[in-house]
Design a protein around this ligand. Structure first.
Ligand SMILES: [Zn+2]
Length: 245
């Protein structure tokens, strides 16, 4: 029913259409086994996918190595939604992806940097929310809920760098989640230092062949075996082994 309401709000339907829609809605409410025609076009749940999939083994990244830093933007109002969408500032990945991320973190240590995690596993419901609120011309920056995001599979990490000496976030050519061409890994603007940091992050993440950057977002890295894991919609609080220490 929410889909109907949203459609009605989004369009200024003439009253006759409105009446017809309401009549249909009433009819469908009386016959709950028959969904309205338009509702079937609305994505209402995570995609099942083809499978078979590997068993999920989401692990809390800081539990494996507390020296990695978190800045979980979706647990704050400092994100493109403008309000917190995660109840907790936590980051999980499938175990092999988490271990690969920590290998990159360790490699960076000798160079004076560490990995800063903005986001990792993301419940499917949040991907759906991002899609719904993003205008059509910006949709290359968000995953389609019909297929789901690799974040939903626990196989994508949004990361930046922090300076080991100061603990502060390192500047990149564009901001995290910025929906402009400054986010592209081929962007040639910004300062030489900003571009060097972006390229150093990429070198750290891709050197072992476990992660690959999303070319439109300098911060987004996909784990190589993401297709082997199913899309999930499990909240952080329900992740097995994800109990707060
Ligand atoms: Zn991402």
């Amino acid at each position: 029913m929410r889909a109907w309401v949203r459609t009605l709000r989004a369009t200024s339907a003439p009253l006759t259409v409105l009446a017809a829609v309401l009549a249909l809605a009433v009819l469908s409410a009386q016959a709950p086994t028959t969904a309205p025609a338009t509702a079937s076009q609305e994505v209402t749940g995570p995609p099942k996918g083809k499978g078979p999939y590997r068993a999920s083994e989401l692990v809390e990244i800081v539990a494996l190595d507390p020296s990695i830093k978190l800045d979980i933007r979706y647990a704050t109002a400092n994100n493109f939604v403008g309000r917190p969408v995660y109840p907790e500032a936590r980051a999980f990945l499938q175990r092999p992806a988490a271990e690969a991320l920590l290998a990159a973190h360790r490699w960076l240590k000798d160079r004076g940097y560490g990995i800063l995690v903005y986001d990792a596993y993301r419940p499917w419901t949040i991907t759906k929310l991002f899609w719904d609120i993003t205008p059509a011309d910006k949709k290359i920056f968000v995953a389609n809920p019909a297929t789901g995001s690799k974040h939903n599979r626990g196989c994508a990490a949004d990361v930046g760098l922090f300076d080991l000496k100061t603990g502060r976030e390192v500047e990149m050519p564009g901001a995290y989640d910025e929906m402009t061409d400054r986010s592209f890994v081929t962007y040639t603007g910004g300062t030489p230092a900003q571009r060097e940091h972006r390229d150093l992050l990429r070198r750290a993440m891709e050197r072992d062949g476990y992660f690959f950057v999303y070319p439109e977002e300098w911060w987004h890295y996909d784990y190589k075996d993401s297709r082997e894991y199913a899309v999930q919609d499990v909240p952080f609080s329900a992740i097995a082994g994800g109990k707060r220490r």
